[in-house]
Design a protein around this ligand. Structure first.
Ligand code: FAD
Length: 415
């Protein structure tokens, strides 16, 4: 079913479709399956495609046309695209089999947080650097002992003249190997109640700045996470967003965007995965199996629910509301779905799912990286969905307290 978005947005869709057809370099769509990036972990063709001249050309054209960070306000280098226009662009790129080029954590989390909480000088300095990819960010919130209880972060930030000096550790840092900047939560006041002694810092993420980055191997064989040790790493006080000891408020802006970020277009990829799963069932002669058929019907109906949950968030954003606790419902629903989808896939594959392809990792960041087939990856990576961006238990707490109005859970912590 296609939604009737009205003539103006249909015209926008036509323009975008034509622009993509005119500007996507020939051969870009054939480099890899760009629409399967969810399964990209350890995927050689995807990683190679990202470094190809065709991708660079496409990226330059998008940049020149203002189509990177296009949902940002014009004054910050965007196009003021609404959430609906952004979704239309993603849908059209998906349809053409070409990638949207986004600036990752910088675009979806740091930028919005700086726009809401930063000074004019900080906006002028940091936002253009995100658009141009001069600054590529990763997220330094979690620590070995503090994940869900983010307010308890222990990494220290000490103000020294016009600098802040940072010492401590961060862990589970996704895409750390691409980043030259990290946004970190650090404790700048050890006496204040825990949520009031935190600062949000944009920190140069380099060995020269005292950052020791170590890869962490995942169950899927890839090493996409980092564990970082900060030993007197420095940033100018200018890089503290929202003011010293005011980082909790900024972190909440960031998390609101993290949890709603991809919700509006997620169904595209889920729907594609669903049809690949149907093909898998056919290939294994399981498409007549009544249990498998029930599982597929379950999966399809869930993809549709995900689509409508996304549209609900879209409608909220379009109405000018900040993404709220409803984003937790979508995150929870999708996490359970993705985990179950992986289980259904390996059930269809049968004993074959127990044997991994004979190959070492194509992009070794650690000796001994290995690759899996996409469904093995989906099954094993499924464990992570109910943990990252706030675990399922945390999402349920948010829904209980902020959507259903239930009493706040008792906390063992002070503050
Ligand atoms: C794929 C992936 C990518 C990630 N990327 C990043 C990243 O880029 N940057 C970053 O900073 N972090 C990242 N993380 C870390 C992630 O944010 C944390 O793992 C997550 O917040 C949980 O924290 P924890 O691992 O310390 O578990 P804990 O907080 O110790 O939780 C352990 C268990 O206790 C439960 N629990 C905790 N508190 C409560 C409560 N109040 N009520 C009920 N149950 C509770 C949890 O649900 C969980 O089951 C990533 C994690 C994954 C899996």
């Amino acid at each position: 079913m296609e939604l009737d978005l009205g003539p103006e947005l249909e015209k926008f869709r036509e323009e975008i479709r034509t622009w993509i057809a005119d500007n996507a370099p020939e051969g870009l769509a054939d480099l890899t399956d760009w629409n399967s990036s969810g399964f990209a972990s350890g995927n050689a063709s995807y990683e190679d495609a990202l470094t190809s001249p065709l991708y660079a050309q496409w990226s330059d054209r998008l940049l020149a046309a203002g189509m990177i960070c296009a949902s940002w306000p014009k004054e910050y280098g965007g196009q003021d695209w609404t959430a609906i226009q952004n979704t239309i662009f993603a849908e059209e790129a998906f349809r053409a089999g070409v990638p949207t080029v986004n600036r990752g954590f910088g675009e979806s989390m740091v930028g919005p947080s700086v726009m809401v909480n930063g000074s004019q000088a900080q906006k002028d300095h940091f936002l253009p650097r995100i658009i141009s990819a001069q600054d590529i960010y990763c997220q330094g919130f979690s620590e070995p002992d503090h994940g869900s209880d983010l307010g308890a972060v222990a990494t220290r930030g000490i103000i020294d003249g016009d600098e802040i000096i940072i010492t401590g550790q961060k862990v589970w840092t996704s895409q750390y190997y691409r980043a030259n900047m990290i946004f970190v939560l650090v404790r700048t006041d050890t006496d204040a109640p825990k949520h009031r002694g935190i600062s949000y810092v944009l920190l140069p993420f380099t060995a020269e700045n005292g950052v020791d980055k170590r890869p962490l191997r995942q169950i899927t064989g890839a090493a996409e996470f980092g564990h970082e040790y900060f030993d007197g790493s420095r940033a100018p006080i200018f890089n503290i967003i929202g003011g010293v000891n005011n980082g909790w408020r900024v972190a909440m802006t960031t998390l609101g965007h993290e949890r709603s970020g991809s919700a509006t277009i997620a169904y595209l990829q889920h729907e594609k995965e669903f049809w690949e799963l149907v093909d898998l069932a056919r290939k294994h002669g399981r498409d007549k199996d009544p249990v498998v058929r029930q599982q597929l019907a379950w999966a399809y109906s869930h993809v549709q629910v995900i689509r409508f949950l996304g549209l609900r968030i879209l409608a909220q954003i379009a109405a000018g509301k900040e993404p709220g606790p409803e984003a937790s419902m979508t995150k929870l629903f999708r996490s359970d779905f993705q985990q179950r989808l992986g289980e259904i896939a390996v059930h269809i594959e049968g004993p074959e799912a127990l044997i991994r392809p004979e190959s070492t990792g194509p992009h070794e960041r650690e000796p001994g990286d290995y690759v899996l087939d996409p469904w093995q990856t989906a099954f094993l990576a499924g464990r992570s969905h109910t943990i990252y961006s706030g675990s399922n238990e945390i999402q349920r707490n948010i829904i209980a307290e902020r959507v259903l109005g239930m009493p706040k859970e008792p906390s063992a912590y002070q503050g």
